[in-house]
Design a protein around this ligand. Structure first.
Ligand SMILES: [Zn+2]
Length: 243
């Protein structure tokens, strides 16, 4: 089920929602935590490498939305420290969302929206997850396997971040942009829909922080890896505009 999308970087999740396990520097880093139903696939990937959830050194969240924190509390309870940007700490602890830019209603005409809702229901993602203990971070390099550099990219949520793994040539962009729109079904680099976003304008501005990055692969919360460069991804997302 898991595929290696950059050296030591494994993509987990399903066709709608991704999360990633990074093997680097002899350690294990989990980036995002998918939906609650995804725990078994993480366990099985780790088992195949002779490891277990308790061996993970840290869980970093790109942001605290429900489809990115699904198994976070279970992973934390196994002894793994959970970290999120300062501005998303409240949502991580309480499960309470920030205000949103738009509504879901107008998307109910899209098949993709129903598919997302069905997947969410099947994987237990429709009720909020609260993480009992989270440690905040801000910008800069983090002392965890892979030594990612945190780039604050507010918009999708106030504390949204992208994580740059220079050694692996990978940027885990989270939901700063996506390559599959989970509400409209549209493919290709674009902003996540406003129905989930704190601010479309801020999200659009934050793209500027990613566009000059030199990476082999851009990995997102929703959709397939993008290998044609960060600059091209950002240009496509600007062209597509908000949804
Ligand atoms: Zn998401």
């Amino acid at each position: 089920m898991a595929t290696e999308v950059a050296p030591g970087v494994h993509r987990l999740g399903n066709e709608i929602v991704n999360f990633y396990l990074v093997e680097a520097d002899g350690g294990l880093l989990l980036v995002d935590a998918g939906m609650p139903g995804f725990y078994a696939q993480l366990e099985s990937l780790l088992r195949s490498r002779g490891r277990s959830v308790a061996d993970i050194d840290a869980l970093l969240l790109t942001h605290a939305h429900p489809d990115h924190v699904g198994i976070a509390e279970r992973v934390r309870a196994a002894g793994v420290p959970v970290r999120v940007h300062d501005a998303d700490v409240g949502q991580a602890r309480t499960g309470k969302s920030h205000p949103r830019e738009g509504g879901m209603l107008r998307h109910l005409r899209h098949r993709a929206t129903w598919r997302l809702l069905a997947t969410g229901a099947r994987n237990g993602a429709l009720k909020p997850v609260k993480i009992a203990e989270v440690t905040p971070f801000t910008e800069g390099e983090l002392d965890v396997p892979g030594r990612p550099r945190v780039v604050h990219t507010p918009g999708h949520s106030p504390g949204h971040v992208a994580l740059h793994f220079a050694q692996q040539g990978a940027l885990i962009a989270g939901d700063a942009l996506c390559t599959y729109n989970p509400l409209t079904g549209r493919m290709g680099p674009q902003l996540m829909p406003g129905a989930f976003a704190w601010s479309n304008d801020r999200a659009m501005d934050s793209l500027g922080r990613l566009e000059g990055m030199d990476v082999e692969v851009l990995l997102v919360g929703h959709g397939d890896p993008w290998t044609a460069g960060a600059g091209a991804a950002v240009a496509r997302a600007r062209e597509a505009g908000p949804s």
